[in-house]
Design a protein around this ligand. Structure first.
Ligand code: NAD
Length: 478
């Protein structure tokens, strides 16, 4: 699908050492699961089995939480902020030292292009640990009183779209504030979290401060519902978020939920169109569209809609889809067969409801899970593809005439995680940012992340903020 061929430039997988099977990281050691069951994790670009990982049962969850409690009472809550900070800096530096290995492993297990895991995910992981390392001895100056206390043991459950980055978003602030954690990665992407377990060992982190247990939804449920938990931090779908909200209601567990999104990316007629095209591409095709804050609804002002779409389609014709380990690849594999089915199903619904579907000419590899970049035009607000999160490389295009109509359409969603605005006028950016009901509003850019900047949702996108000073509040007794 490229304008001319590039020679392949694959990153070597030799740097990663994937073991045939993994146990659970509990109390500073890799241990076998007590209930004994295991499941496979596959490379979504090839369907090759990478390894077998343990499915933690209720007894394993008990053990991991007991290890976290012992570490909280015995060591971590007694350390000074300065000493906790030293450990966090050490974790950050080890992530940097092992950056290439982590990037390759993430691309192999998740399917995302190496360009993204190498240049976005892993540097942001290190940045998060560095950032929260800096807070560890300054909590008394964070605006929560002179001596804010940690909560205790945190149960953390994360999704598969940014496995290591979501781990960093969870573990770095928890540890900085003096909590210990039990984290469960998603079932399709456990390997980078297990590599992080090895980094904890390398950093000589006191045993039990970080525990990593693998498994699917049952393990996640057993973890968040356990009475030995003081804090629940969940990132994933709104549906599971609802179940968790019900289970923690009436308990002492402090909870943050980072859920789904259906962001509007709003392009006005005075926007620099070529830049907007780059922002639209980054907004919905970055990470195959497996991004909670993806700009999945393009709202374009009617007077420039045709021109913008022409330029967008031309640009999409130059994207390279294929081997995630190839440094030229823009679009990698869909993370799982299940997710591919969901994207296919919703795209078919889009067509049957009357929207017009377009993809650039694109050869899909024979094996693995793939979906071409796809644009739907003629979309109306009632279409399912304009309302439901597709979580794939599928853009729904709607038009508007006035700024007020843009706001109405952008906010016409049960979600409220992010939004984008493209315009030449600073005053319009500020006006839009005030009216848009979204946790993050990007202006003349999209999908930009920084550890110092809080991130989180309104409405069905969840509650609580991660990142920045705000991210500390979820892990302190304030
Ligand atoms: P998911 O909700 O199916 O799974 C997320 C995690 O929860 C997985 O680890 C899973 O094993 C676990 N889980 C499943 N059922 C559970 C239960 N009953 N109790 C406890 N844990 C359970 O979501 P997913 O498909 O892995 O991820 C995609 C979703 O995540 C999308 O909706 C996306 O928008 C959202 N997401 C949100 C953010 C954010 O910051 N707001 C970031 C990334 C992804």
């Amino acid at each position: 699908m490229a304008t001319f061929d590039y020679a392949p430039a694959p990153e070597s997988p030799a740097i990663v050492d994937i073991q045939p099977s993994y146990g659970l990281y509990i109390g500073g050691e890799m241990v076998d699961p007590i209930d004994g069951s295991r499941f496979k994790t596959v490379n979504p670009a090839t369907e090759e089995v990478l390894s077998e990982v343990a499915a933690a049962g209720p007894t394993d969850v008990d053990r991991a939480l007991a290890a976290a409690r012992a570490a909280y009472d015995g060591t971590w809550s007694r350390l000074s902020g300065r000493d906790r900070g030293k450990y966090l800096y050490r974790l950050a530096r080890l992530v940097q030292e092992r950056a290439r290995e982590l990037a390759v492993l993430e691309s192999i297990d998740n399917g995302k292009p190496i360009r993204e895991s190498r240049d976005v995910d892993v540097p942001l992981v290190a940045a998060h640990f560095f950032y929260y390392a800096g807070w560890a001895d300054k909590l008394g100056y964070a605006g929560f009183g002179p001596d804010p206390r940690p909560l205790g043991v945190a149960a953390q459950v994360i999704p598969w779209n940014f496995p290591l980055l979501m781990l960093a978003w969870k573990i770095a602030p928890a540890l900085a504030c003096g909590n210990t954690v039990v984290l469960k990665p998603a079932e399709t992407t456990p390997l980078s979290a297990l590599a992080f377990a090895d980094i904890c060992r390398q950093a000589d982190l006191p045993p039990g401060v970080v525990n990593i247990i693998t498994g699917a939804g049952d393990t996640g449920r057993a973890l968040v519902e356990h009475p030995g938990v003081d804090k629940v931090a969940f990132t994933g779908s709104t549906e599971v978020g609802r179940q968790i909200a019900r289970s923690v209601a009436g308990t002492r567990k402090k909870t943050t939920l980072e859920l789904g999104g259906k962001a509007a990316n709003v392009v006005f007629d005075d926007a620099p169109l070529d830049q907007a095209v780059e922002g639209i591409v980054n907004g919905i095709f970055f990470n195959q569209g497996h991004v909670c804050c993806a700009g999945s609804r393009l709202l374009v002002q009617e007077s420039v809609a045709d021109e913008l779409l022409d330029r967008l389609k031309r640009r999409l014709g130059t994207l390279r889809l294929g081997d995630p380990l190839d440094k030229n690849t823009d679009i990698g594999a869909i993370n799982s067969a299940e997710q591919l089915d969901k994207i296919r199903m919703l795209s078919e619904v889009g067509e049957s409801e009357g929207a017009e579907r377009w993809s650039p000419p694109c050869d899909l590899p024979d094996r693995g899970f793939w979906f071409p970049p796809t644009v739907f035009t003629g979309v109306s607000q009632s279409h399912r593809i304009a309302r439901e999160e597709i979580f794939g490389p599928v853009l729904s295009v709607l038009t508007f005439r006035t700024p007020a109509e843009a706001i109405d359409k952008a906010n016409n969603t049960p979600y409220g995680l992010s939004a984008g605005v493209w315009t030449d006028k600073g005053s319009r950016i500020l006006w839009m940012a005030q009216k848009l009901r979204a946790g993050v509003v990007w202006a003349n850019t999209f999908n930009r992340f920084d550890p110092a900047s809080p991130f989180g949702g309104y409405k069905e996108s969840g509650f609580g903020r991660e990142g920045g000073r705000h991210g500390l509040a979820g892990y302190l007794d304030v």
